[in-house]
Write a protein that binds this ligand. Structure first.
Ligand SMILES: [Zn+2]
Length: 337
């Protein structure tokens, strides 16, 4: 997983590669950005570039070979100089975990060039644990680098934030997410369909595809077809039950919201494709080319109605993000279509 294998984030990766080759990488950095966009992957690539003995000499962008013993052990999380801290079973990173890596970071690396401490989900650091880290972030041992990864930087203490320059990771575009999915062994139609539902997150695309991207699209197609065929409020509210498919049972409220979001994103992606088909913008590829026939049945969503549906779906997604109840959202959206 050297820098050249990172999908997306070119500007950030370039920045890191140049900093490593000039030996100007700050001793502590925060990688901030949404879950599942590859922050930990980039952190591992940075650790490899700092430690690989076969580093490209003379280049202004350092990159690891990816195949030597140092690189492969870093990729597996087994390198003695690359320490990974992550939340335990209770979801927190405890002060003892921090004390342990701070102690070890004080020694020279065993075999590598730089000791790299990767703190994943750094927002899970208990306040005392953050305070324990603070002194080290102020005066880091010369051969150590601290990389704090978080999707919620605002949960960190200001004292920690102010000592670590922040790299902001953005959501990936759907093409990049699909490429990552294909690389992890998914077939292309499934990868593309999952990517458009994933909001720029590879992690989410993998979840979506495990949870059945084709199922989500099925539900979305049924709900839209129902809305297209009838204005009757009662029948539409019946369709809302379809949107709730896969919720309830042993799921948490957050899992339920995720499930309904996936259905809504599938709806948005179908509506968008219907619009594309009607405008015949040939160069823009459809997100769901394999269900062209089903798209034909949704022609009611061409033009104005499609635009309204799209913005209503967007509003519904926002409401779920703000923790609205899934049933309320499902009932509301079917009446807007
Ligand atoms: Zn290497």
């Amino acid at each position: 997983m050297p820098f050249r294998d990172v999908i997306g984030h070119r500007r950030l990766v370039d920045l890191l590669a140049r900093a490593v080759s000039r030996a100007s990488l700050p001793p502590s950095l925060i990688f901030a950005g949404p879950d599942g966009v590859g922050k930990r992957f980039v952190a591992a690539a940075t650790a490899q570039a700092l430690n690989c003995p076969n580093i490209t000499a003379g280049s202004d962008r350092a990159d690891a070979c990816g195949t030597c013993s140092s690189c492969t052990r870093i990729a597996r999380g087994m390198h003695p100089d690359v320490l990974i801290v992550e939340p335990g079973d209770n979801g927190n990173i405890k002060i003892e975990q921090v004390r342990d890596v701070v102690d070890r970071a004080g020694y020279r690396p065993f075999e590598g060039k730089r000791r790299v401490v990767i703190i994943d989900e750094a927002d899970a650091l208990m306040p005392q644990a953050q305070n324990a880290l603070l002194k080290t972030l102020e005066e880091p041992p010369p051969s150590s680098v601290f990389l704090l990864i978080t999707a919620r930087p605002d949960a960190l203490l200001l004292t920690v934030l102010s000592r670590c320059p922040r790299l902001r990771f953005r959501p990936l575009d759907a093409g990049d997410v699909a490429a990552a999915m294909i690389r992890s062994g998914r077939k292309e139609p499934e990868a593309r369909a999952a990517a458009v539902l994933a909001d720029g997150s590879i992690g989410r695309a993998l979840e979506v595809s495990a949870g059945g991207v084709m199922d989500a699209r099925d539900v979305a197609g049924r709900v839209l077809a129902q809305a297209a065929s009838s204005d009757d409020a009662r029948r539409r509210l019946d369709a809302a039950k379809d949107l709730l498919e896969g919720t309830g049972g042993g799921n948490s409220a957050a899992e339920d919201r995720n499930q309904v979001s996936t259905h809504l994103r599938a709806m948005a992606s179908l509506v968008r494709d219907v619009a594309l088909l009607s405008t015949r913008v040939e160069k823009v590829p459809l997100a769901n080319p394999d269900v062209k026939e089903a798209l034909g049945r949704l022609s009611a969503f061409r033009g104005e109605r499609g635009i309204r549906a799209f913005s209503a779906i967007d509003e519904a997604l926002l409401a779920l993000e703000k923790n609205a109840g899934v049933k309320t959202v499902a009932d509301w959206i079917v009446l807007q279509l």
